[in-house]
Design a protein around this ligand. Structure first.
Ligand SMILES: C[S@@+](CC[C@H](N)C(=O)[O-])C[C@H]1O[C@@H](n2cnc3c(N)ncnc32)[C@H](O)[C@@H]1O
Length: 317
């Protein structure tokens, strides 16, 4: 049995260190923490649990689109040598597409390295004929794939509506980087669409409290990475649809006035004051197609579900 290789790439010299980035975000008005910090090994497991909730429609809707249109997607994509999965998580979505896309090599990219290592090892056992590589990087500032990925055209796979974590301006920059990274190949990307507020807010604030736990886990990360003294019981999880910005926002809201202290800094939060932890932008089909065109992708196609809740776009360089 060949074990998949996992390489982690040091952050570029100009990237802020996690403690510095977290402290700077906490000092902002309003305070904020980048969503990539939601994902340590526990955060990744909590996200997987979210995908099983009946209220969290994105995963099952996207899966149904893949199941219904996988053959058409494979025809649009053409032969795939290297499949690069951005924010691979459990790698399950890509694995479901292996039988139709038939890649000879699979590259799983994720910031949550420990979780990725286990997921990839399991997958390699299931698909011993596919050459697998794990890449532990933060691609939010710059998408730079290591030489080990190999030359030639690639299919970049970016499911789960993770593109919605970027603002539309940031998404444009990221998609331009994808356009370069496909090296003449193409991109398959999952996009969450605009829908009624009640559906959206329930998906990000489930009655079982799994999304709340996922969000609150960020406080544990602040404590570990920054030496912060945050107490989970001092905060509530808040998820709301900001219609003007077309985005779900997640926040951690202080239950009482409190002082957050960390190595080298502190921040007062009044009762009800929030730390902004995630955005998830919702697009129209036309709006996202225009963004792809602006990013340099000349040919695009999309597939959606009957309710038009979610879409999978294929974009060729
Ligand atoms: C919303 S989850 C999607 C997981 C999986 N692809 C799916 O569709 O179910 C986002 C994934 O991207 C990873 N991720 C988030 N920010 C990242 C970053 N800046 N660089 C690399 N990976 C990141 C997370 O660890 C997580 O696995």
């Amino acid at each position: 049995m060949v074990e998949p290789r996992l390489i982690t790439i040091d952050a570029p010299a100009d990237a802020p260190d996690p403690a510095g980035e977290l402290a700077a975000g906490l000092r902002e008005q309003p305070a904020r923490v980048a969503p990539k910090y939601l994902y340590d090994a526990l955060g990744s497991r909590l996200f997987e649990a979210i995908t099983e909730l009946p209220e969290y429609y994105p995963t099952r809707t996207e899966r149904a689109i893949f199941d219904a249109h996988g053959a058409a997607m494979a025809a649009a994509v053409g032969p795939v040598r290297t499949l690069v999965d951005l924010g691979a998580g459990s790698c399950r979505k890509a694995a479901r597409l292996f039988p139709v896309l038939r890649p000879s090599s699979y590259v799983a990219v994720d910031i949550s390295v420990d979780y990725l290592r286990d997921a990839l090892a399991d997958l390699q056992r299931q698909f011993p004929a596919i050459q697998m590589l794990g890449v532990g990087i933060d691609f939010s500032r710059r998408l730079m794939l290591p030489d080990a990925v190999g030359d030639g055209a690639r299919l970049l796979f970016y499911p789960g509506s993770s593109i919605g974590n970027f603002t539309p301006d940031e998404a444009l920059v990221f998609l331009r980087q994808c356009h370069t990274a496909v090296a003449g190949g193409s991109l398959l990307v999952g996009v969450d669409l605009i829908k009624p507020r009640a559906v959206l807010e329930l998906a990000y604030d489930d009655p079982l409290g799994v999304t709340a736990a996922f969000n609150l886990n960020l406080l544990r990360r602040l404590n570990a990475l920054l030496g912060c003294d945050a107490r989970l019981e001092d905060f509530d999880h808040v998820a709301l649809f900001n219609e003007r910005e077309s985005r779900i926002e997640m926040h951690l809201q202080a239950r009482r006035g409190l002082q957050l202290r960390w190595r080298g800094g502190q921040r007062h939060l009044a009762e009800g004051e929030r730390v902004h932890t995630e955005n998830s932008y919702k697009y129209s089909l036309e709006g996202f197609a225009a963004l792809l065109r602006e990013s340099g992708f000349a040919r695009t196609a999309w597939w959606t579900d009957a309710q038009r809740w979610f879409a999978v776009f294929h974009a060729a360089a």
